[in-house]
Write a protein that binds this ligand. Structure first.
Ligand code: KMH
Ligand code: ZN
Length: 313
C-alpha cells in the first residue's frame, strides 16, 4: 500500500466554459448531465470534480445559482467526491456574479484566478464551420478582444469571501506573474499557506504547455512561495492534456483532466465523458510512475479541507 501522501489527486473538470455544444455531443449541458458526469468521474477515480453550469436550453455558460444548487445537491447525494465550484465562470460574467457560489454554498474548494489576462480561444474558429447554436460563433470570436478580469481589488474581495466561508481557494496560475500575485496575497495575510495551486498550461494569453513551461512554473513557485507553503496540480487544456498530466505526475504534482479542458480521449477520438479521461490518465500514471489515485478523503487530508459536512448545500 502506498502512503497517502504519495498518491495523486485527480480532478475532473466536467464542462467548463471554453468548449461549446458544437465541439462535442458529449459535453454535459443540463444539470442532470453535469451531475451524472461528475459522479461517473468520481467512480473512475477523480477525488475532485470542478463544476461550472450551463443554460440547459442553449449550453451557454451561466452563473445561475439555482442550476448550481441542483448540480451540487445531486452530486452530494450520490458521491463523497470533493466539489470544487468555479469562480472563473465564463466570458461576460462580472467578478461579483462569479463569486456568488462561495457565500451561497460554502464549498470545500473553489477555483480562484490569480490575475487579469487575455484568455482567447478564437483559433478554434478554423476548426468548426457550422454551429449548433447562434451564440457559439460570436462568443468564440469575441475572445480575440476579451480580458479575463481579476484585478487586485477583485482578488482581495475573493480572498475575503473564501476566508469568511471557510472555502479553500485553488489558485489558478496561467503564467509566472500569477505566482507573484498569489505571493502578494499571502504576504498581505489574505491567503493562508499552505495554498493549493493549479498550473494551467497552454491557454492563449498565458504560458505554453511544454515541459519547460511546467518546470518554470514549479521552480518559480518553489523560489517565491516556498515548496513547504503549497501543494499543486496541473491542467493542460487542449491536446496537451495527457502529456501535461504525465509530466506533472512524474514531478510529484496532482493532475486535472476533463471535458472543460479537452474534448478528446486520444487523437481523433472524442471522449464520451470526463470519466473516460480520468480512467485513462489514472492507468497511465500508475503504469509510468506507480502512483495510485487518492480517494476523496485522502485528498481532503492532503489539501486540509474542512469536510463535506460543512458545506451549505
Ligand atoms: N478554464 C480553465 C482553463 C475557473 O473555472 O475558475 C481554468 C478554470 C478556471 O477552470
Ligand atoms: Zn473552470
Amino acid at each position: 500500500m502506498q502512503a497517502a501522501s504519495d498518491k495523486v489527486i485527480l480532478t475532473a473538470a466536467v464542462t467548463g466554459a471554453i468548449h461549446t455544444p458544437t465541439m462535442s455531443p458529449y459535453l454535459p449541458i443540463t444539470p442532470e448531465q453535469i451531475a451524472d458526469d461528475a459522479v461517473k468521474a468520481a467512480e473512475a477515480g477523480a477525488a475532485i470534480v470542478h463544476i461550472h453550469v450551463r443554460d440547459p436550453q442553449t449550453g451557454k455558460p451561466t452563473p445561475d445559482i439555482e442550476l448550481f444548487r441542483t448540480v451540487l445537491t445531486s452530486i452530494k447525494k450520490r458521491s463523497d467526491v470533493i466539489i470544487n465550484t468555479t469562480t472563473g465562470g465564463g466570458m461576460g460574467m462580472t467578478p461579483q456574479e462569479r463569486l456568488k457560489v462561495v457565500p451561497a454554498f460554502k464549498p470545500e474548494l473553489a477555483s480562484f484566478n490569480m490575475g487579469s489576462m487575455n484568455f482567447s480561444t478564437y483559433p478554434l474558429l478554423q476548426k468548426y464551420k457550422t454551429w449548433k447554436y447562434d451564440w457559439e460563433k460570436p462568443a468564440i470570436e469575441a475572445t480575440k478582444d476579451y480580458i479575463f478580469r481579476n484585478t487586485f481589488a477583485s482578488m482581495e474581495e475573493f480572498c475575503k469571501a473564501m476566508k469568511e466561508n471557510d472555502t479553500k481557494p485553488e489558485l489558478e496560475c496561467y503564467d509566472a506573474g500569477h505566482i507573484y500575485n498569489a505571493n502578494k496575497l499571502i504576504m498581505d495575510g489574505l491567503l493562508t499557506p499552505p495554498v493549493h495551486i493549479q498550473f494551467v498550461l497552454g491557454i492563449l494569453g498565458g504560458i505554453g504547455p511544454a515541459v519547460e513551461d511546467l518546470v518554470t512554473m514549479k521552480t518559480t513557485a518553489d523560489r517565491v512561495i516556498g515548496p513547504e507553503n503549497y501543494t499543486w496540480s496541473a491542467a493542460g487544456p487542449g491536446r496537451f492534456q495527457f502529456g501535461c498530466g504525465i509530466t506533472a505526475s512524474r514531478m510529484g504534482g496532482h493532475v486535472r483532466v476533463g471535458l472543460e479542458d479537452n474534448v478528446y480521449l486520444k487523437k481523433g477520438v472524442l471522449a464520451k465523458s470526463s470519466g473516460e479521461q480520468v480512467a485513462r490518465i489514472r492507468e497511465l500514471i500508475f503504469e509510468i510512475t506507480g502512483r495510485e489515485s487518492a480517494t476523496p478523503d485522502e485528498a481532503r487530508a492532503m489539501l486540509h479541507l474542512k469536510g463535506r459536512d460543512k458545506v451549505a448545500y
